[in-house]
Design a binder for this molecule. Sequence first.
Ligand SMILES: *[C@@H]1O[C@H](CO)[C@@H](O)[C@H](O)[C@H]1NC(C)=O
Ligand SMILES: *[C@@H]1O[C@H](CO)[C@@H](O)[C@H](O)[C@H]1NC(C)=O
Ligand SMILES: *[C@@H]1O[C@H](CO)[C@@H](O)[C@H](O)[C@H]1NC(C)=O
Length: 358
Amino acid sequence: MDKPFLLLLFLLLSCSLPISISSYNVPAIFTFGDSIVDAGNNHFNKNCSVQADFPPYGSKFFHHPTGRFTNGRTVADFISQFLGIELQSPYLEARLAVMNGSRRNYPSNGINFASAGSGVLRQTNQDSGVVPIQEQLQKFQALVQKKHIDKNLLDKSLFFFESGSNDIFNYFLPFGTPTLDPDAYVQAMLREVENLMGHIYRLGGRRIAVFSLGPVGCVPARVFVPNAPVEKCFGRMNVMVKKYNEGLESLVKDIPVRYPGAVGVYGAVYDAVQRYRATPARYGFTNVMGACCGDGPLRGLLQCGKEGYKICPNPEMYLFWDYFHPSEHTYKLISKVLWGGKNSTIRPFNLQTLASML
Ligand SMILES: *[C@@H]1O[C@H](CO)[C@@H](O)[C@H](O)[C@H]1NC(C)=O
Ligand SMILES: *[C@@H]1O[C@H](CO)[C@@H](O)[C@H](O)[C@H]1NC(C)=O
Ligand SMILES: *[C@@H]1O[C@H](CO)[C@@H](O)[C@H](O)[C@H]1NC(C)=O
C-alpha cells in the first residue's frame, strides 16, 4: 500500500466513528396520531376510558405499563433510537411535570401528542374522552406561541402523522350509523388531513412523515363488527383503508409544491404488513391472524389485561399483540423499513435520508 492510501485510510478510520455517532442533525420528533403512536397521553388524561396502562402492556421493553398500546416500543420510539435521541414523553406527562415544578422546561427532544382512540374526524370516539388530532395540534400551537418550544428547533425536527384507523373501524360499528357513503366518508377524512398538514407547516414543521394505515380490516377486533368474517380479513374495511391511503400519498406528494421549503415522505405501512402476512416465517412470525393477548375468537373480543385475558408465551412471534395493535416485533420490522428501506415502502426517500438532509 502506498502512503497516500494509508493516510486516507487513517483519516477515514479516525473520522468515521464520531461522524457516525452524530451524523443526524435532528434534535426532536413531534408525533400526532392515535394508539399506534400514543406514548401514554391517555394514561395522564383521567377523562379518557381508552387505556393500556395496566399489565401486561409494556412487559417486553419497559417491563412495566407506560400507557403504550403494545408490549414494548412503538415506531416513534424505534426511530428515536435510530436517530440517537431520547424517546419523547407524552405531552400530558411533560405538562404535569412543568406544572408541578419537577421540570423547568418542556423537553427539547420533541413531544408525543398522540391519543389512542382518536381519529382525523373530531367526533371519532369523543364519548370516550380521547383528544382529537385537531386538539393535539392546538396543544402544540400553544407551546410554540408561548415559546415553550424553541422555534429554531422546528425546521430540523421530524413531524410524524399517523391517524385514521379509528374513523374507518367505527364506520362499520352499529352505533352512530354514518350518513355518508364510504367514498364520501374517506374524502371527509382526507379534507381533515389536508387542513392538519397546513397547520403543521404554518407552525414551523418542515420535515413531515406521514404513515399509511395498516390493513385495519385484518385486526382481531374485527370480531366486534357485525357480519365481518373471522377466518379472513374484512375486505370492505380494507377497501376504505386503501382509498384513504391513496389520498394520503397524493397529499404527501403535494407537500413540496404547496408548502415551500417543506419535504414530506409517505410510509406505506399497509404494504409492509401485507408482506408479513403473506410470508410470516420469513419475518419470524408463527401467527399473523389472532392476538397474543386477549380472549374470545382471535383473542379479539377482550382487551389484553382485562379480567379473564389469556396471553401467548411468545409475543414476538405474533403480528398482533392485542385486539387492535401490533406487537413490538412488528413495530420493529416496520421501523427498520421506514428508516432504511426502499421506495416500495417509503417514498420519495426513507427516514434516514430525511434525517440526513440539511
Ligand atoms: C377533562 O374534562 C374536563 C371537563 O370536560 C375538562 O375541563 C378537562 O380539560 C379535561 N381534561 C383533559 C386532560 O382533557
Ligand atoms: C410531577 O409530575 C411528574 C410527571 O407526572 C411526576 O413524575 C412527578 O413525580 C411529579 N412530582 C411531584 C413533586 O409531584
Ligand atoms: C423507486 O426508485 C427507483 C430507483 O431506485 C426509481 O426508478 C422509481 O421511479 C422509484 N419509484 C418511486 C415510486 O418513487
